[in-house]
Design a protein around this ligand. Structure first.
Ligand SMILES: *Cc1c(COP(=O)(O)O)cnc(C)c1O
Length: 234
């Protein structure tokens, strides 16, 4: 795909976000765009960066590490967000290389990330992944356990708990898409009312970003609408 297509796709996604924000009575700048580059080569990230995109999301540790190394020359102007399932034996490269982890789904993972975060780096920004009703994956803490886990994660020295993340089951209508996003936002509001200093709701993907923005998303994670369909055959 030539570079200009990413610029075009990025602009179209930014327009969608802006329109949804205006419909929600929010300013477009209150929603950050995370470009999900999993399965796409480093050169595609470079092209999106050249088109002005700064935050990129990755799901697979080794693939991400390779890309981060290939793009080392851009490191100070890129943010890397880990958004995939994280096994406890794979936390070290994530702690050492990423700026954010959205997919913290148990305390043990958070403890390891905090222990392994180099002292020379800023605290690792993390979100707690919550398994709201109709979750597509089995990952994520149950909503009724979220407050307890969030408190424990927030107390870890080398992490900064920023908020909540979820991956709802795909739905066709706007109303059906909004329901799980609303659940996550209500949980977020409850945790904030309870004294946790959270500022991030990571929800919404290519197919449901409007519903997520209407329900208060502060980061939408968009892959297909920017980079095209993914090919998992190699
Ligand atoms: C792949 C992925 C996305 C992007 O999904 P698209 O439908 O391609 O926009 C967002 N979030 C997570 C956690 C993902 O794994």
């Amino acid at each position: 795909m030539p570079m200009t297509d990413f610029a075009h796709n990025l602009e179209a996604v930014r327009q969608r976000i802006a329109a949804a924000a205006r419909n929600a009575g929010r300013v477009p700048e209150s929603v950050a765009l995370l470009a999900v580059s999993k399965t796409f080569p480093a050169q595609d990230v470079r092209a999106a960066h050249a088109a002005g995109q700064r935050a990129f999301g990755e799901n697979y540790v080794q693939e991400a590490v390779d890309k981060i190394e290939t793009l080392a020359d851009l490191r100070t102007s890129l943010e890397w967000h880990f958004i995939g399932p994280l096994q406890s034996n794979k936390t070290r490269p994530v702690a050492e290389r990423f700026d954010w982890v959205h997919s913290v789904d148990r305390l043990k993972i958070a403890q390891r990330l905090s222990e392994q975060r180099p002292a020379s780096m800023a605290p690792l920004n993390v979100c707690l992944q919550v398994n709201v009703s109709g979750e597509a994956t089995k990952s994520g803490v149950a909503p009724q356990e979220a407050a307890q886990v969030a408190r424990a994660v927030a107390a870890l020295p080398n992490l900064r708990l920023r908020g909540l993340m979820s991956i709802p089951e795909p739905e066709q209508t706007l109303d059906a898409q909004r329901a799980p996003h609303r659940q996550l936002r209500e949980l977020f509001d409850a945790l904030r009312a309870d004294g946790l200093a959270l500022d991030t709701l990571s929800m919404g993907m290519s197919a449901d970003l409007e519903a997520a923005v209407l329900e208060g998303a502060t980061i939408v994670r968009v892959g297909t609408a920017i980079f095209g369909a993914r090919d998992y055959s190699h």
